[in-house]
Structures are given as C-alpha cells and as structure tokens.
Ligand binder design. Structure first.
Ligand SMILES: O=C1C[C@@](O)(C(=O)O)C[C@@H](O)[C@@H]1O
Length: 179
C-alpha cells in the first residue's frame, strides 16, 4: 500500500492528503487481554494500529497513530500535533469519564475531533454492545464534532471515513479558515 491514490475511487470529492491523528488512551495497549465480548476475540493494539493505517491508505490520507497509558503524554502529543494535523480520532478509553485536560487540549487545537469507542458506552451491561461494567458518561462528548461507538474496531473505520469526507467538503469541515 505505497500509492498516494485513494483505493476507493469515486468516494471522495478531493485528493487532499489530510493528516488524521488517531489517539488511543490508557488500556488500549492491553487490548488483546481485555474482555472479548466488548473488544472482539482477535483484536490487539498492534492489529488496531495496522487496521487504521490500512484504512488511511485506502482513503488516501495520512494516519498518525499515538497510543499511551499516560494522560500527560497524550496532552503533549496533542500540543505538538495541533498545527500539522487536520483532524483527530480519539478513543479516550481509561480517560473517558475522568479527563478534563485531554478534551480541553483537543478543543484548543480548533481541529475537528471524533470520539471513538469499541463498545456502546451508553448501553447497559446486559446488552450485547454495552460495556461489561455498565454505562459511562464521557467528559469528551460535549467538545467533539461527532462520535462513533458500539462497532468494535469498525467504529474507527466509520469515524475515519466520515471525518475524511467532511474535511473534503468545503461547505463543512473543509471550509477555508478565516484569518
Ligand atoms: O477502555 C475503555 C474502552 C472504551 O473506550 C471502548 O473503546 O469501548 C470504553 C471505555 O468505557 C473503557 O474504559
């Protein structure tokens, strides 16, 4: 997958190579050992990284994946990437209900952010796609452009596709920024 050409011809309205950062928070590094119903039987942190890179290549965009178990490192990545990145996907994972700093840092970049979860974090533990520990209230949701959840790793694919199409759209997220 070394070509710059989108592998899904006809899908996009632009050939701009947007730079999309994909941030995975605490515990995603341990994905292979987490609950199989929530995360899927074969998923791993490395496999997830390859999956998002492949989708980036198919769509003709750059995917920069950043994974950390440390909130401060995630903050520093956001601070240093804000100017070169066109948009973010974030799975806050272990920071979903506790972080103020990370959603604020993402907000401060002024770039569109899509929140992503494997599980449907609003569903009860007894439902198929709900978190095993019950519904969660995300501190990220009020600050993001959109959210994809409940579709395991396909939440990332849906979020990436939708962000790229929206950035291509000059009447929407791709509108020229005012000086
Ligand atoms: O670590 C995670 C993973 C998660 O963000 C998900 O991807 O479904 C859901 C969170 O509630 C949880 O703490």
């Amino acid at each position: 997958m070394s070509t710059n050409a989108p592998e899904l011809p006809g899908l996009r309205s632009s050939d701009r190579r947007h730079v999309i950062a994909v941030i995975d928070g605490p515990n995603v590094s341990n994905l292979a050992r987490r609950n199989k119903r929530m995360y899927g039987p074969q998923v791993s942190a490395e496999g997830l990284g390859e999956f998002v890179q492949e989708w980036g290549a198919r769509l003709g965009v750059e995917v920069e994946r950043f994974m950390s178990n440390h909130e401060g490192e995630i903050l520093e990545f956001i601070h240093e990437s804000g100017e070169r990145v066109d948009g973010y996907l974030v799975n806050p994972a272990g920071l979903t209900t506790t972080s103020d700093m990370v959603p604020f840092a993402l907000y401060d970049t002024g770039k569109p952010v899509i929140e992503v979860h494997f599980a449907n974090i609003k569903a009860s533990a007894s439902t198929a796609r709900g978190p095993v520990y019950g519904p969660r209230e995300s501190t990220f949701t009020p600050y993001v452009a959109g959210q994809f959840m409940g579709m395991r790793e396909y939440s990332y694919a849906g979020a990436l596709l939708s962000l790229v199409l929206a950035l291509d759209d000059t009447t929407f997220l791709g509108a020229p920024t005012e000086e």
